[in-house]
Design a protein around this ligand. Structure first.
Ligand code: AMP
Length: 364
């Protein structure tokens, strides 16, 4: 199903990603209807309709589906049952399979391995007693993660020599988990790629990401990696898109590590079936933004060019960093984005700032 201008896109989730998707949709003459449980949230201001209801309210979901032409989501913890229910009424892009794979770290890593991609060594941990034998196989320096509902470093814990395994397992809630070998990476990177309804694929340039307390702090493009690594990242993204028969934008988080001979190699950390914080630089820094690219893909339209407009730096404004907005505005080469959140809680993403520099070597 191909949308015509004037059509309405339904978005599940009401955060800043939904807000920027709705802004990109408006540019293309499309409207958005946001569905989310929160009464106040960033995406509503940019949408022409909203439904405030829980993700298991079938009557509200049915009315929502009735009022839109295609449905997408802006975060990966939407219940699968909700997406399956909606998919019987309207196309959901990306579909429930992409969502299911990315919601469960075990399914995700198994999927990636099945494609022949490198991941950290991992083992399922169904009970605390399984942790010791798993560590005997993958090594003692490891990361324990809940299988579901982890983000920004929540739901995970480092395991070191001498860690109290039972206590760590309990601290993470005692549910189903996986344990992964620790990857001694040089840097973290991400590749953001898109696939159209007809199967065309494009990728933005690889970005390099710096985190602060597990929250993305800065993204730089281009990433400082060998050209073969950049190509390998785009190739592996295409493999994942094809395998999922994916429609929309997909983000893949990567570790850049070293093999035994000291050469760079990519290890896949996780996939996000949506636009991604590390792709915000594309709004000013690329010919088509990741948000417009996603809208084009799910509308059944041709994808846009991903050419970069220079060397780009994106800095997140976390918590009270957003109070600096006046100083940022006073530097006219900086592009300020604020998400309209009223309360600057610590760790909360309030906005971001992008700078595009003429192409050339990076000095930071
Ligand atoms: P995740 O929630 O899986 O994205 O992990 C959040 C962050 O924790 C990553 O961006 C890494 O900085 C770190 N991390 C996660 N898994 C590993 C690993 N297996 N080895 C080393 N660092 C990791």
């Amino acid at each position: 199903m191909i949308l015509a201008p004037g059509a309405t896109i339904g978005i599940l989730g009401s955060g800043q990603l939904g807000r920027m998707l709705a802004m990109a949709a408006l540019k293309l003459g499309l409207r958005c209807h946001i569905y989310a449980p929160e009464p106040e949230a960033p995406a509503y201001d940019a949408a022409s309709a909203r439904t405030v209801a829980s993700f298991d309210d079938e009557a509200a979901l049915a009315r929502f589906a009735e009022s839109v032409d295609v449905i997408t989501y802006e975060f990966e913890n939407v219940p699968i049952a909700c997406v399956e229910f909606l998919a019987r009424l309207r196309p959901v892009r990306p579909d429930a399979r992409a969502l299911a794979v990315s919601q469960d770290r075990l399914a995700e890593k198994t999927f990636l391995r099945g494609l022949g991609l490198a991941t950290a060594p991992f083992r399922p941990v169904d009970a605390a007693a399984a942790l010791g034998p798993a560590l005997a196989e993958i090594g003692r320096l490891a990361v324990l993660k809940t299988r579901r509902l982890g983000y920004d470093g929540k739901g995970q814990a480092m395991i070191r020599e001498g860690s109290d395994l039972e206590a760590l397992h309990r601290k993470l809630g005692g549910g189903p988990m996986i344990v992964e070998g620790f990857v001694a990476f040089d840097c973290e990177a991400s590749v953001i790629a898109a696939r159209s309804l007809e199967g065309a694929m494009v990728a933005f340039d690889l970005c390099e990401n710096e985190h602060d307390r597990h929250i993305l702090a800065r993204t730089h493009v281009p990433a400082r990696v060998a050209p073969e690594i950049e190509t390998a990242a785009k190739t592996l993204a295409a493999k994942a898109l094809e395998a999922l028969d994916y429609v929309g934008v997909l983000a893949i988080e990567l570790f850049v590590a070293r093999d035994g001979a000291g050469a760079e190699r990519l290890v896949v950390n996780e996939i996000a079936p949506r636009v991604h914080n590390s792709g915000h630089w594309t709004i000013e820094g690329a010919q088509t933004s990741q948000f417009e690219q996603h809208i084009r893909a799910i509308a059944g339209w041709p994808l846009g060019a991903t050419a970069r407009r220079g060397r780009v730096e994106m800095v997140n404004l976390i918590g009270e960093q957003a109070d600096e907005w006046r100083d940022i505005l006073a530097q006219p080469e900086q592009s300020l984005h604020l998400y309209g959140k009223l309360e600057a809680r610590p760790g909360r993403k309030m906005g971001h700032v992008t700078r595009v520099f003429p192409e050339g070597p990076r000095n930071v």
